[in-house]
Design a protein around this ligand. Structure first.
Ligand SMILES: [Ca+2]
Ligand SMILES: [Ca+2]
Length: 179
């Protein structure tokens, strides 16, 4: 059995100059309430080669000023490898990001975030290891009280080897907005 579990954090660095109205401030919408931390939104257990997992998360600008950029970074912790034959980097590089987007599909605020990730580890696909090495940073406006859907879909590559059997890892996504 292979598992991934994500945690999510909003980071609000207040070192940016405030706009005329104030600071942007990122929060999440969880069950209709706003929160600084969201429960895991991307989970997979019994993940087998070829399997997909997807997650949705609602971001919101809870501040008083508009934001003009967004960044998304990924870190990981708690890798377990019962057979001592794999690495967290190898594991993450076997999990391809097939979709990653922001905003409602077809709307003017929609962005294909996958396009902003580079194949840093040069394995020919965009994967979670790439995202952990190279955070996404985009120019993107979210006005106060506006929300955006974040969506991610991943696939455990069909030709993944047996070395990942029984492995598990925790992912930590950090979202930042700034003015
Ligand atoms: Ca890659
Ligand atoms: Ca292993």
């Amino acid at each position: 059995m292979l598992q991934i579990l994500s945690q999510t954090y909003a980071l609000n660095p207040h070192y940016f100059a405030p706009s005329a109205t104030g600071y942007p401030d990122l929060c999440f919408v969880v069950d209709g309430n706003t929160a600084q931390q969201a429960p895991p939104f991307l989970r997979a257990s019994n993940f087998r080669p070829g399997d997909y997992a997807e997650g949705f998360l609602t971001l919101k600008n809870c501040g008083t000023g508009k934001s003009s950029f967004l960044s998304i970074s990924l870190s990981y912790y708690g890798f377990t490898d019962p057979n001592s034959d794999s690495s967290p980097e190898g594991f993450l590089s076997a999990i391809e990001i097939t979709d990653m987007s922001l905003g409602e599909s077809g709307s003017p605020v929609w962005r294909n975030l996958k396009n902003y990730i580079e194949d840093v580890n040069s394995n020919g696909r965009i994967d979670l290891h790439d995202l952990s090495l190279f955070p996404v940073n985009i120019q993107y406006t979210i006005n106060p009280d506006d929300g955006r859907e974040f969506y991610i879909k991943v696939r455990f590559i069909p030709d993944a080897g047996n070395e990942y059997q029984g492995d598990s890892i925790n992912l930590s996504f950090t979202f930042t907005i700034g003015g």
